[in-house]
Ligand binder design. Sequence first.
Ligand code: NAD
Length: 435
Amino acid sequence: MNAARERDPIGVIGTGYVGLVTAAGFAELGSEVWCVDIDQTKIERLKRGESPIYEPGLEELLARNSERLHFSTDPLSAFEHARLLFVAVGTPPTYSGDADLSAVHAVVDAIPASEASQADQHALVMKSTVPCGTGASLQRVLGEQGKGGLGYVSCPEFLKEGSAVDDFLHPDRVVVGDDGGWAGDAVVDLYAPLKAPLVRTDIASAEMVKLASNAFLATKISFINEIANVCEETGADVLEVARGMGLDRRIGGHFLRPGIGFGGSCFPKDVSALKQLAGNSGYHFQLLTAVIEVNELQKRRVVSKLQKHLGSLVGKRITLLGLAFKANTNDMREASSLVLAARLQADGAQVSAYDPIAEQEARKLMTGVHFAPSALDAVEGADACVLVTEWPEFAELDWGAVSERMAGRLVVDGRNFVDREALREAGFIYEGIGR
Ligand code: NAD
């Protein structure tokens, strides 16, 4: 089999954040893309031209390339039209902290076995984040199922929610792990127009690049959060400290922003999956154990900041501004706001909240929270408000109007995001992180 011609059709299995952005991105580069998802409602919405997720620029990209994008719940539609089948199904954590690979196995099982010659012309391209060793074990499973001719490529995804389209079109690097053969070359060809640095390697190393990258970024966050906590004890300002550190090129300024802990669908699960993977292989990854613990404690530190000023939280009204795990996404998976709201309610507080985009998702995961239609409505009668997500509109808030609506004066800025001096001038008590 020769390498796939540039812009051959591709299949994408799983149309979530990664799958849909990958599909729209490759369609933008000129490929016909055959998308498959088991979620009928999602597929219906996509067929109507609606994006089931909020991601800046995605709706425009889908609309612009609608003729090249095909949506179905039938995996055979992708198999019939495309040789490369990108797998972008979820790999959530199990109770043990390992990655749940059941969706990946369901995809493997759905590949028809009958025509072995057909299978030889296809390859799975793993975009989902999977433990190191998954490629090898899936290849064994494929062999047992009589689909051993199917190619396998590990092509981990590094996009960030909130800037996923831009990240797809301008990746820092493309990692392609394979064991030779046409499929790895075909994936490299597909990404070639993006002119990104290429890391061509073996499957296990490609899988590990992804896990190690996320674990390192999470470590950087927990590290600066601990520095922030020490700054609070010693009178230093963590923003000054981070600026001074970040200018050292060996350290770099990215991911040195202290806050209320990392969340989202990737960092918590990938850090835990790597820790678990190490443990299962007989190695105790002490550093990651600490990274996870620091992160859990960080989410809860806001509660003690509130108690410092308000005393007991019983009956107190606390407003959460922003709920999504970060700005520019409606993703609520592992959002710090979930832990925070639950902790506040457990301490007897009444919680109100406003998020410009994530309310619908938040309602599925939160109980007893009053959802307001705007930031100003959310702070009505509040004893304190906590800035949880750095939505741009919160930087523009009219704090004079906020102070008229609030009962109290306390603002806890969980992202060091709003203008501290302006708030103090407006008569607020400002509590940041590490300052
Ligand atoms: P998601 O939950 O948004 O999307 C997964 C999709 O797969 C869903 O639409 C689901 O219905 C579908 N699906 C599940 N089983 C299926 C099956 N058998 N056949 C077809 N479709 C099926 O997940 P996501 O955030 O896009 O993440 C996908 C993978 O990419 C995960 O492994 C994740 O760790 C990894 N990843 C995510 C990000 C991110 O920022 N979200 C970034 C890099 C890597």
